[in-house]
Design a protein around this ligand. Structure first.
Ligand code: UDP
Ligand code: MG
Length: 314
């Protein structure tokens, strides 16, 4: 049996919290009586500095039933930080922790499959959305484009997986070695390694309340994802410099030909060539400096260089 904890970040969720808690409790009770999870498993809400009654509701839930626990952040630090707080606080208390949003858009009936895969030996189980029918066209298009761009840039993210996943205690402890402050969890978890698996589910609409991820926050998250996982944008500048410099060489040839056949005005050829050549060289130089900044950036993250999975000794 698995001692399962849930980590649920909440920001101004007074409208959904009661409903969600009720549904989760039902699910937990069912799983407990089926002998899938231990009776000391917990449901933990992380209040991300809410300005409404979220914390009061969490306190009441805890008073009513200690299966509910609460962690309150001193101020709003954003979904990723709130979730990280939950995972790191709970990592040594449970066998496995599932992270899920407070609005229960992710199907809680997937818990069974996740726990099963965990018991079969997976350390990370990713929840992957099978369809995106409940999303607007705009959200679906931008989200799917984002996953593709990230993968092109060398950051391995699981397609259509957000932050609904199970992590074992071992995976969480390995993850704790990643001490960087700019975090994009779904891109970092695959870096840990270990055996992982995927379960697919359909995503529902939000139970109530509004999305706490307006376009501005979504773009910020996307940008965080790219810049915290990849130094590829810097390399693009180097490439651009190379291309512009190559064009400048073509321009030299073109203006020399123009000069010799007498089609060029005085001063035109030299001006044209120097504009392109200097532009190209500058971009190239910025790119090279950038390459070093990129290396410094990766060094400062102080990531673990390896994580041992097994050691057969003696
Ligand atoms: N959230 C948070 N802090 C924030 C914004 C959001 O903890 O600053 C939580 C929110 O309460 C929810 C989860 O992050 O549990 C995902 O937010 P939401 O459902 O609004 O995002 P969407 O599903 O629209 O992408
Ligand atoms: Mg949501």
């Amino acid at each position: 049996m698995t001692k399962l904890y849930l980590a649920i970040p909440c920001y101004n969720e007074e409208e959904v919290l009661r409903d969600s808690a009720e549904k989760l409790l039902k699910k937990y009770n069912a799983m407990m009586s089926e002998g899938k999870i231990t009776s000391d498993s917990k449901i933990v809400f992380i209040d991300d500095g809410s300005k409404d009654k979220t914390w009061e509701i969490i306190s009441k839930l805890h008073a009513e039933n200690t299966v509910f626990q609460g962690i309150k952040l001193s101020r709003n630090r954003g979904h990723q930080n709130a979730l990280l707080c939950g995972l790191m606080t709970l990592k040594d208390k449970a066998d496995a922790v599932i992270s899920i949003d407070a609005d229960l858009q992710d199907d809680i009936n997937t818990f069974d499959a996740m726990v099963e895969k965990f018991e079969e030996g997976s350390d990370v189980v990713y929840g992957v959305r099978s369809k995106r029918e409940t999303d607007t066209f705009f959200k679906r298009f931008t989200a799917e484009a984002f996953y593709k761009i990230l993968n092109k840039m060398g950051a391995k993210v699981i397609f259509n997986h957000a932050d609904f996943r199970l992590m074992s205690r071992r995976a969480l402890n390995a993850f704790a070695e990643y001490k960087e402050t700019n975090i994009f969890l779904r891109g970092m978890v695959p870096l840990v390694g270990y055996k992982s698996d995927v379960v697919t589910y359909e995503r529902f609409e939000r139970l109530a309340g509004e999305s706490k991820y307006p376009l501005k926050k979504m773009l910020a998250l996307a940008w965080e994802g790219i810049t915290s996982l990849s130094t590829q944008p810097i390399r693009m500048i180097t490439w651009l410099g190379g291309i512009v410099f190559a064009i400048s060489i073509i321009m030299v040839i073109y203006s020399l030909i123009s000069y010799f056949i007498g089609a060029a005005k005085d001063g035109w050829a030299s001006t044209l060539c120097s504009i392109w050549a200097i532009g190209g060289l500058q971009l190239l130089a910025i790119g090279i400096i950038g390459e070093y900044i990129g290396k410094i950036y990766l060094e400062t993250k102080n990531r673990p260089r390896y994580i041992v999975e097994e050691f057969l000794e003696d």
